[in-house]
Design a protein around this ligand. Sequence first.
Ligand SMILES: Cc1cc2nc3c(=O)[nH]c(=O)nc-3n(C[C@H](O)[C@H](O)[C@H](O)COP(=O)(O)O)c2cc1C
Length: 161
Amino acid sequence: MRKVFAFIGSPLKEASNTSTITKMLLDRLVELDESIEYEILTSGHVRIDHCRGCWTCMTRGFCPRDEHDDMGMLREKMLMADFIILGSPVYIMHISGQMKIFIDRLCAWFHLIRLAGKPGLTVATTASQGSRRFMNTSACSCVRWASSLSAISIRMVISRS
Ligand SMILES: Cc1cc2nc3c(=O)[nH]c(=O)nc-3n(C[C@H](O)[C@H](O)[C@H](O)COP(=O)(O)O)c2cc1C
């Protein structure tokens, strides 16, 4: 059995475009390989507080906020997963604020490359523009950095017309 964990930085839950696209992809994968299990959580399902900038993660190896919100649970899910998907809607040509807060809370993990070697995928959705910039510039690098390795990216424009 292979476990996939997807975190989507959208305030929406199942109605999230980014979550929906990710689910479609994962459902197809499960059709191809029944041993794959997946879980998708969005920012709408969990509480993630801002980074307080206290540096405890870097100096003492843990985040004091993990006891007060869902970040400890999310870390556990990422460590247990064989494959991680990080997705975000494009908000004003960038990753969403929700995704940025999530990434900020993982700061020490990035420096320690805690997720190194774990394969990952980034997914972005946009109404019209910003996805290419999202994928080619710092926003996406941020997400790639988060998973330490994410060779594949999907970007999708979802038009309402
Ligand atoms: C606050 C906000 C900012 C947005 N900024 C952009 C943008 O800069 N470019 C764009 O094409 N779409 C933008 N959109 C549209 C979203 O990227 C698009 O609807 C996305 O698929 C939403 O994903 P979600 O349903 O997973 O939250 C924005 C939406 C919101 C709510």
